[in-house]
Design a protein around this ligand. Structure first.
Ligand SMILES: Cc1cc2nc3c(=O)[nH]c(=O)nc-3n(C[C@H](O)[C@H](O)[C@H](O)COP(=O)(O)O)c2cc1C
Length: 191
């Protein structure tokens, strides 16, 4: 399949099939390919790591950590059971969760370059996964920034969770959302 077509046709998947499982070796292979496709500008190594939850037990642990802040949140006290069940079911039924963690740096340029490289790898991963009929959702919801989750991922204060890529197979391709045409973002320097 041509890349232009894959870029155009890839959709974020929010409704995953609970089976089959996502083969961990496939995830690692896609990550190797995704990294290979992204040349880091300065030639230095970019700094990041991955944490994967693919077993029923690990998904339960992940869900529990995501739920912890909701349980504590006074605003949702009136509906805790329903919300808890919904989030727990959603997280545990998605076959795979790939957390992508980038190192941060006090030097802004180094920090931005590393973050950009990691985002590039994640988008490459989404495109390569799509090519194999594996669906992805790049998740950055505030729930992802909980202390409990950081603890589960053994994150250092110098690290940033760039997102969790939820992974699984799917039946239906969602409709595309409207895109802003590139021309609308376009200006030229006169002369
Ligand atoms: C950096 C980034 C963060 C995102 N965070 C979320 C998120 O927190 N929740 C969500 O449902 N989708 C998230 N998405 C997916 C976007 O909502 C999705 O890409 C957008 O709706 C366009 O749909 P498409 O990917 O099918 O073209 C994120 C995507 C990117 C690139």
């Amino acid at each position: 399949m041509e890349w232009a077509k894959i870029i155009q046709e890839r959709r974020s998947i929010r409704r995953f099939k609970s089976s089959p499982e996502v083969d961990q070796e496939l995830v690692r292979e896609l990550l190797r390919e995704a990294q290979g496709l992204y040349p880091y500008p300065s030639g230095e190594a970019s700094s990041y790591r991955y944490v994967y939850a693919g077993t029923a037990e690990s998904r339960e642990r992940l869900a529990a950590c995501m739920l912890e802040p909701l349980v504590k949140n006074k605003l949702v006290k009136w509906l805790p059971e329903k919300i808890r069940d919904f989030v727990r079911k959603r997280v545990t039924e998605i076959p795979g969760h790939l957390a992508v963690i980038a190192s941060t740096n006090e030097d802004r340029r180094t920090n931005d370059m590393n973050y950009a490289a990691v985002c590039g790898i994640m988008q490459n991963f989404q495109l390569l996964a799509w090519q194999r009929q594996l669906g992805t959702l790049w998740d950055t919801e505030p729930m992802m920034q909980s202390r409990e989750l950081f603890h589960l991922f053994q994150m250092k204060p110098t690290e940033k969770l760039v997102g969790i890529l939820h992974l699984g197979y799917f039946d239906k391709i969602p409709k595309a959302r409207a895109r802003t045409r590139a021309e609308k973002k376009w200006t030229i320097i006169s002369g």
